[in-house]
Design a protein around this ligand. Structure first.
Ligand SMILES: N#Cc1ccc(Nc2nc(N)cc(-n3ccc(CO)n3)n2)cc1
Length: 287
């Protein structure tokens, strides 16, 4: 059910960096529609040949994303196999990964950040309704399609990227390195990813968005990260109590206590209309 794209229809551009076990390139795909030749901007996600055995997991991620469509889910055109090359072809999203965008120090307002958080919550709500687990919610996997202009009051627009290779395929070290995005229960049983795991990751991602894209526990080694969960630590709370509460609810060590997507959206709506937003309308420029 996933579209197979002919390798010859792909044009390769610059390398844009790498994901986990994949390299990312700008590119174009050629297709003929109503007798005309069209070149579409795409991102080519090539699986490192060293991880060929993960191909079916990348294939599954691609077919998951190509089977469902939602305005906040990245569109995947299909896959292309050429010799030992396995490539996922996805829509090119104009401003790239959100973590890099935030790290570039672009100063954004509280309402800009809340808008992104709410769009992610809507994408998660859609996946929850389809009973689909994403498994890799993080700022790196949020792609910025529209910057939003505070002066024009136009809000940003994000698309949730594919989950990439499933943690199930990864060694324990890769899972540990995903602390604090990966839910604690996944460390004991990586093969039972649940909808509640995505809520934990949502909490860590909102923390990233409100901390200028800084990775939580940045620079910690695997032992320190493992201890973080063993001692049931929490990320440093925001000084905005209601936001800190929402993040803490999502990052509850007991999966059953994590809020439903509807509750997350309700709480975000009340944050959006709270006085805190008006008081912090434009963040001081963070250099
Ligand atoms: N300068 C610049 C610039 C770079 C990339 C894009 N666009 C884009 N579109 C996608 N569909 C996926 C990605 N990714 C980038 C990293 C990952 C890791 O997952 N994905 N970037 C736009 C501008």
């Amino acid at each position: 059910q996933i579209h197979m794209i002919k390798f010859g229809d792909l044009n390769w551009g610059d390398s844009l960096g790498q994901g986990t076990f994949t390299r990312i390139f700008k590119g174009y795909k050629t297709d003929f529609r109503d007798g005309e030749k069209h070149m579409t901007e795409v991102i080519l996600k090539e699986l490192d040949s060293a991880y060929k055995n993960c191909w079916e997991s990348l294939f599954e991620a691609a077919s998951l994303m190509s089977q469902i469509s939602h305005k906040h889910l990245l569109h995947v055109y299909g896959v292309s196999v050429h010799g030992s090359q396995n490539i996922m072809v996805q829509e090119f999203v104009k401003y790239g990964a959100l973590d890099l965008y935030l790290k570039r120090g672009t100063s954004v307002s509280v309402s800009w950040k809340l808008s992104i958080a709410k769009q992610l919550a809507c994408a998660l709500n859609f996946l929850e309704e389809q009973n689909i687990v994403h498994g890799n919610i993080c700022a790196k996997n949020l792609l910025l399609a529209r910057e939003g202009d505070p002066s024009l009051g136009s809000s940003p627009f994000i698309k949730l990227s594919d989950p990439g290779i499933s943690v199930v395929m990864m060694g324990n070290d890769v899972i540990l390195d995903r602390i604090p995005w990966v839910a604690p229960e996944v460390l004991d049983a990586p093969d039972n990813l649940t909808l509640e795991c995505d809520k934990w990751s949502f909490g860590a991602t909102v923390w990233e968005i409100f901390n200028d894209g800084n990775s939580p526990l940045r620079g910690w080694n695997l032992d320190q990260k493992r201890n973080f969960y063993e001692n049931m630590h929490q990320l440093p709370p925001s000084q905005w109590t209601e936001l800190a509460d929402l993040i803490a609810q999502c990052m509850d060590y007991d999966a059953a206590f994590r809020p439903s997507c509807r509750s997350i959206i309700r709480q975000l709506n009340s944050l959006i209309t709270s006085d805190y937003v008006i008081l912090h309308a434009t963040e001081p420029v963070t250099q």
